[in-house]
Design a protein around this ligand. Sequence first.
Ligand code: AQP
Length: 339
Amino acid sequence: MKARVFSGVQPSGNLHIGNYLGALGNWVRMQHDYESIFCIVDLHAVTVFQPPEELRAKILEIAALFLAAGIDPKHSSIMVQSAVPAHAELAWMLTCVTPVGWLERMTQYKAKAAAQQTVGDGLLQYPVLMAADIMLYQAAIVPVGEDQAQHLELTRDIAQRFNSLYGETFVVPQTSLPTVGARIMGLDDPTTKMSKSAAGAGHAVALLDPPDRIRKTIMRATTDSNPAVDFASLGPGVENLMNIFQAYSGWTAEQMRTHFTGMRYGDLKKQVAEMVISHLEPFQQRYRQITSDPGYVAGVLRQGAERVAPIANSTVELVKSRMGLYTEKRGLAPPSQAE
Ligand code: AQP
């Protein structure tokens, strides 16, 4: 049996090249070696207010972007988190074994909480729900960008804590980061990661941006006061542009060095922009094709949820009976030795 992969994206804001290079691209490469589940994590998105109509539209858009990226729905399950109630059910049970101090330490919580006037409890619980998403499917591998590595460590801690309290129940998942592109930085500010929720036109290249906007954003990217590429002292802005180029081209470090050493920043930016455009144009064409059939994406999501629900439900059954809770199939009978 193939090991299971699980990963997700929040349907908030516009998906950008950081999301693609950090996560989606890796999913596409990995999908045939594993049993894969790719999730649109809408329950995560509502930790910050989302206008309901926009959220509905965004869920369909993200699913179409998964398909345009090359996720094969015949092989991989593409699903919406809120379509499978077991995500929320398991999250509660995991909340009960998670010390609040573990959650308060999360850097993403601290950053997002600082930007809100009122901090909803969901923002603190976010990583527990993420742990539930992964553990619900007994996923062995979770391909994410570097910003999620801390949440994955927490997931491992929660799985281990549950296993030690109630007996071996959960697979303890491994994080899989791409070798290049695990952390794409903002083009306007290369000291912060490229983020969907960051404001400002020059910050990110969205996957659906037209070519002239992509050119404009990349040509305006922040670099440094050097005139040309010097590998002995790469500033963060130039390094970020190099990472984007290398991740899209698949070039080796040696090829990058030979090609770019001494290149003026203006020429570097032009080459990065053309590399990104050459990948995004066919991607956007596939997206338009996919969305031209209004029922297709909804059908993929329905099928995905139907395929994964039995796995999720049987994990919840097992967890509840391990904890001494009432389950639909067993009532209050304890789990058998074999489970
Ligand atoms: N800048 C990035 N570089 C590499 N990978 C990234 N990811 C996000 N930003 C970068 C990866 O994309 C996947 C989906 O991300 P998410 O939707 O769960 O939200 P996030 O990690 O919080 O990403 P954003 O873009 O910053 O969204 P907002 O602003 O809405 O919070 C994850 O695997 C993530 O690691």
